[in-house]
Design a protein around this ligand. Structure first.
Ligand SMILES: [Zn+2]
Length: 194
């Protein structure tokens, strides 16, 4: 059953064209032979909703009170997971030179039970920023749900982590990158935010 589910998830990503192969510079500055273009998924309400269903089902018994995502993909995911869990869904934004923060009147109540959602987990930087923000606000992080966990080493945020797809993918520092050594042209995917 689980295997069938996993192959279905991979199929969703493959069909959507979200998995690009080559030589990419990731947001973190690391180089990798694989790039996940999350918006190939996020542009489809149907695919997004099906993946969010895996997350909301996983945390359904946890009495989640608010779902929080980091911009930009996290806006869509927090909305959909919150809709499915019948809770609030909010997002944390980043302005240049400032720490990630809630704006637009968003906030977390003291002791509120929070589920964090995000699209692609690579280094865990955005998620760590949201974890810290929620701690500062006095909320309680119950868990983290991501579409793809592509981190090379398993990440430990101190709370349960659920991924729709676990796909450990190598990422290299530029000085250590075999793709650079092989002379494969480096692609920097265009983005306005992470
Ligand atoms: Zn490289």
């Amino acid at each position: 059953m689980e295997m069938r589910l996993i192959s279905n998830v991979e199929e969703i990503f493959v069909k959507s064209g979200a998995i690009l192969k080559g030589h990419f510079q990731l947001t973190s500055g690391l180089h990798s032979p694989v790039y996940w273009e999350k918006f190939c998924i996020l542009q489809s309400p149907d695919m997004t909703s099906r993946l969010c269903h895996m997350i909301s089902t996983h945390f359904a018994s946890q009495e989640i009170q608010v779902v929080v995502g980091p911009t930009t993909g996290g806006i869509i995911l927090a909305y959909e997971v919150a809709r499915q869990l019948e809770t609030r869904g909010i997002f944390a934004e980043k302005k240049k030179g400032e720490a990630r923060a809630f704006r637009r009147g968003f906030g977390i109540g003291l002791g509120e039970r929070v589920l964090i959602v995000d699209d692609i987990l690579t280094t865990g930087k955005s998620i760590t920023e949201v974890v810290n923000l929620i701690a500062k606000e006095g909320g309680k992080v119950i868990g983290i749900g991501v579409l793809v966990d592509r981190s090379e080493q398993e990440q430990d945020f101190g709370v349960p982590l659920f991924s729709c797809l676990r796909s450990a993918t190598p990422a290299y520092t530029p000085s250590n990158c075999p793709l650079c050594v092989a002379g494969i042209p480096l692609v920097k995917p265009k983005r306005s935010d992470t």
